[in-house]
Every structure is written in C-alpha cells, then in structure tokens.
Ligand binder design. Sequence first.
Ligand SMILES: Cc1cc2nc3c(=O)[nH]c(=O)nc-3n(C[C@H](O)[C@H](O)[C@H](O)COP(=O)(O)OP(=O)(O)OC[C@H]3O[C@@H](n4cnc5c(N)ncnc54)[C@H](O)[C@@H]3O)c2cc1C
Length: 411
Amino acid sequence: MSKTNCVIIGASHAGVSLAMQLRREGWSHEIVLISDDVQLPYHRPPLSKDFLNSRKDLDQIRLRPEKAFEDNNIELRLGNKVTAVDIVSKTLVLNGDEKFQYGKLAFCVGSKVKKIPQSEQFANVFYLRNAADAMRIQSSFSGKKRAVIVGAGYIGLEVSAVLRKKGIEVTVIDIAERILERVTSPYLSQYMRTIHEEHGVRFMLQTGVSHFDGDKRAEFVVCDNGERLACDIVIIGIGITPNISVAKKSGLNVETGIIVNERCQASEEDIYAAGDCTEHYNCFYDRVITLESVQNANDQARCAASNIAGKEQSYESIPWFWSDQYDMKIQMVGLQNSEDDVVVRGDLTSPNKNGLSLFYMKESRIVAADCVNRPKEFASAKQLIQSRMKLDASKIRDESIDPFEFKDHAL
Ligand SMILES: Cc1cc2nc3c(=O)[nH]c(=O)nc-3n(C[C@H](O)[C@H](O)[C@H](O)COP(=O)(O)OP(=O)(O)OC[C@H]3O[C@@H](n4cnc5c(N)ncnc54)[C@H](O)[C@@H]3O)c2cc1C
C-alpha cells in the first residue's frame, strides 16, 4: 500500500517551517523530519553574530523548542543522512542502508560551503556553516592575536566584526575588487569598508589564497600576489553551493539548484523543494535565481506546505536579507543590477549610527534598497517594490519626508 506520509529532508529554516506549516494547513498524516545535523534545529544567522560572540548559547537560538515538535506530532530523526532517493518506488535510503518509504517528499537540504583545496589539513583553518563549526571556532579564540579572513562577503565581515570586538587583529582578503562585490553596489561596499577600517580591519583585495604555510597549523596565508600573512586563525567564507547531489542522482531536474515551479514542486509530482537548495523563477525580477536567505527558506517552505496539503499556492516574494556588523544592522530588499539610478538618503561619506539608505531605481520605480540602521526605510521600500509605483526620487532623498509618505509623491 502506498504511504500517505510527508518526509522532509533537512531540518533547518526551510524544513522546520514546512513541517509546522503542514500541520497548520490541516495535514493529518505522519510528518518525518530528517536531519544529518545532531542538534535540535537552530537559527543559522546567529552563528556568525551573537552565538559566535558568546552573547547567546545554542538553547537561545533554537528554531522551536523540542516540545513544539512533540505537540505537532512531527517525528524528528536527527543525525541521519539521506544518501539516496528512488523516485520510482518512492523510497529513500538513510545512512546508506535503512530504507524508508514516502508519500510526499520535500528537499530542504540547503547548501554547503565552497572549500579551498588542502585547507582542511590545518587545525586552525575553519569554515562556518553549522553549530559544530561555530563551536570549533569559538573554542579556538583563546590566546589568538592575528586572524586572516578569506572572503569579504557577509559571513567574512560579520566574523571580522566579532573578532575585532575580541581584540584580535583582522586582515580580510578577497579576490574581488571591492568588499561585498557579489551582493551589493559600490556605494554600500565603500560605506561598509570605511566602517570596518575604522574598527581596525585591514583589507587586501584583488588577491586570492595561493596556499597555507605551516605544519599542522597554518602559520602564514600565502596570497596569490606573493604576500605572506602571519596568522593564528584563518576563517574562510568564500560562498556556498546548493546541496543537489542526492536530488541529481535520483533523476530530478537539477542545475545550480533543484529546479522548482511556482508551487515549489520539483520535476516529480510528489516531490517539493524549498530554501537554499532550490533554483526558482522570481516574478518581480523576471529571472531564475538561487537565494541564500532565511526569508526565501521560510516563504518557499510555507508555499510548498500549502501545495502538499492540497491547496493551490504560488511563491511570489520579494527577496530580503539582513546582516549585523558592530552596531550596524544592514537590511537589503530586492535584487540589484537592473537599476538606472541610485538615490542616497543619508551621509554616504562619513558612516555613523544614523546610517543611510540606498534606493535602487529603474524607470522611477524602486527595485531594491540597502538600509543601514534604517528599519522604517527598509519597511517602506519593501511595500514600494511590491506596489511598483513610480516615485519622485527627489522626495526619497529628502530626509524631512517620512519614508511611509514616499507613496504620497507618486509620479
Ligand atoms: C553563519 C551564517 C550566517 C547567516 N546569516 C544570515 C542572515 O543574517 N540573514 C539571512 O537571511 N540569512 C543568513 N544566512 C543564510 C541562511 O542561514 C540560509 O539561507 C538558511 O539557513 C537556509 O535554510 P535552508 O533550510 O534552506 O538550508 P540550511 O539551513 O542549509 O539547512 C539544510 C539542512 O539540511 C541538512 N541536510 C543536507 N543534506 C542532507 C541529507 N542528505 N540528509 C539529511 N540532512 C541533510 C543540512 O545538514 C542542514 O541542516 C546565514 C548562513 C550562515 C551559515
């Protein structure tokens, strides 16, 4: 007899949201949530912020208390890896041998970090993706004086901010011409660079890592440009790739991520996917994208849950993301690249606690915004992107106008 259960692979932001939403949608059958992580699910963003800084422990960053899984009758199978899926017999294989039947299946398998060859042979070279990584990094801080961070993306910069608070010297290296090059405009890159430099971070751009010098521990990071950087600790954050191997082997359509339609359904009827592992179409930007964000993981998971439960729902969200560095909260909404104008609201030249906002406009409509310590402007930008309203840029620039009144200046 065929199974009526729903099996979810991956118990992080997407997997947990999907399981909880499925119950809210009235799904009465079994829900099994499988994770190769041994920890009760936790929020990932604090791993490079408050958790790394020891301001919060693991129990303070749980996604849900253990009781919530019991109360919702969600079977959590932690420390179990799905090694194969047979989409014909609707069976998955756990840890290489245990077989498990599914009725509906959801891939919420996230992504994995890109690695530098040979880096893992050194005890003081780290990557940061899960709680175990963050705990290893934390326990290595004691007595450390010099850190090299490889990668000037959000993770590298957040970790740099934590290390500077601990008094550790930080050099950040990146092959790109500017920090945050992959995710934002030159304006925000320069603004954030100034903030980090004011906190004592040194940047070396347009050079990558040639190799590490040392025996069991890396003593020097040797750069492509020949420079040797002495180090006690190295943390690498050079990006991620979606976890696609199991889906690909099973025969599902996969490119950079697992391809899903607007219902978050993969290329097989009873299989869905949500979060970092998907490749999907975004209707606001008319392009196919992969995203690394909690917003996308939660929103896609809720959409997939509705469809699994038999409702018709389409995923239509504007991407947003945040980052915390020192006393700055950076909030980004929308996707850049198509803009023809950038409106600066605030002081771009001398960063301070008042922050600033950058509104990326196309044909007088806001298509994206970066807001630093400006939650109201972020909230307003979200609404205005959604509304696709044409606006007077001079009014957005004018700090005497409340961000929620921008809409009163429609063109
Ligand atoms: C340090 C750090 C800081 C971040 N900060 C922010 C931030 O400030 N804001 C923001 O929006 N986003 C942030 N992100 C990104 C955000 O955490 C991810 O976008 C989000 O976790 C994606 O959720 P997910 O459920 O799709 O995937 P993941 O969180 O990657 O979870 C996937 C889970 O599936 C498990 N899994 C994979 N394969 C298998 C298998 N075969 N069998 C069983 N289990 C499997 C994995 O071990 C993992 O637990 C950060 C990420 C990191 C690492």
